[in-house]
Design a protein around this ligand. Structure first.
Ligand code: FES
Length: 320
């Protein structure tokens, strides 16, 4: 993916839906319709700051049948490199942004006999669009949504209106937790489970489902990691013959792009594998933050996902 494929949109609505989450509506500046997408898709939003560019992935939460505007939810991250703060503080109604075409890495399985959807916090966003795809009623489904407290339950009114008793709420401050064992032990054959939320929740759902013998192909999860901050380091791109400085608050991928070298990407969140890059030399260690490489591949130190991972040490040479 590169910037030639972006679409210019204008922010036509902003609503603060919880103390931490803002809801944005983005309409095409050129008018007409935005590209078709299916529930579970995300877009990359390009945020042009004066000193640098952020490109962050956000799930589309609007109905796939509504293409006059896309809707996204952005959580203000406490330890942000600036992307979520930029969206919260600098973007106003009328602001223009570039977005990439939607990509779906979290699609509903077409032959599932039932769908169990599990969301934690901002992880509700891909499910809002998926639920639109489930409304024809041909496949049963249920949604389990866990939040810190009632004030953090983003989009609950919309969900209650549309989903009625298919939505099950769990509030941390009331001591309510999703009964994972019960839920995953007793589902009809052919059920698929989908989870989006904090890393601990995803790990727990995957582990519990595997314990109960769910096939891996029936367990779906999505978690875009925001590239974490870290120590500054230097990298040499062997094919391009360019040295790049990676500051603490910029990802390796963003720093390489700022140096004029393109790296393929889809998710920018450590999930899709598109940015996979060979490590040619390393004096130090890699800080892997992706969900794509296996533990064995991470230990070998021969590959890195520059969208979210970093390095520590004296020398890193990449095959770029
Ligand atoms: S762009 Fe998807 S893993 Fe890096």
């Amino acid at each position: 993916m590169n910037d030639a494929q972006t679409i210019t949109v204008q922010v036509v609505g902003i609503e603060q839906v919880t103390p931490l989450i803002k809801h944005f509506k983005l309409a095409p500046v050129a008018g007409g319709s935005l590209p078709v997408f299916s529930g579970g898709s995300h877009i990359i939003v390009v945020m042009q700051r004066t000193d640098r560019v952020h490109k962050n992935p956000y799930s589309l939460l609007s109905s796939p049948s509504q293409l006059d505007a896309y809707e996204i939810g952005v959580r203000r991250m406490e330890e942000s490199r600036g992307g979520s703060h930029f969206m919260h503080d600098a973007v106003k109604v009328g602001s223009r942004l570039e977005i990439a075409h939607p990509v779906n890495l979290f699609a509903l399985d077409k032959i599932a006999r039932k769908h169990v959807l599990i969301a934690g916090g901002i992880g509700i966003t891909p499910f809002l669009a998926q639920l639109e795809d489930l409304h024809d009623g041909s496949v049963p489904y249920e949604l389990h949504y866990s939040v810190r407290s009632a004030e953090h339950a983003a989009f609950l009114e919309r969900l209650r209106r549309r989903e009625g008793d298919k939505i099950h709420m769990y509030y941390d401050d009331a001591g309510l937790t999703i009964p994972y064992q019960e839920l995953l032990a007793a589902q009809p054959l052919g059920t698929h489970v989908y989870v989006c939320g904090p890393a601990g929740m995803i790990k727990h759902v995957i582990g519990t489902a595997q314990t109960w013998g769910w096939p891996d192909s029936h367990i779906h999860w999505e978690q875009f990691s925001a590239p974490p901050v870290g120590d500054a380091f230097e990298v040499f791109l062997a094919r391009s013959k360019v040295s790049v400085h990676v500051p603490p608050d910029q990802s390796l991928l963003e720093s390489i792009e700022a140096a004029g070298v393109e790296v393929p990407y889809l998710c920018r969140g450590g999930v899709c594998g598109f940015c996979h890059t060979k490590v040619l030399e390393l004096d130090g260690e890699l800080v892997h933050n992706d969900h794509f490489l296996s533990e064995a591949e991470k230990a070998k130190g021969k590959s890195i996902m520059p969208c979210v991972s970093r390095a520590q040490g004296k020398r890193l040479v990449l095959d770029l």
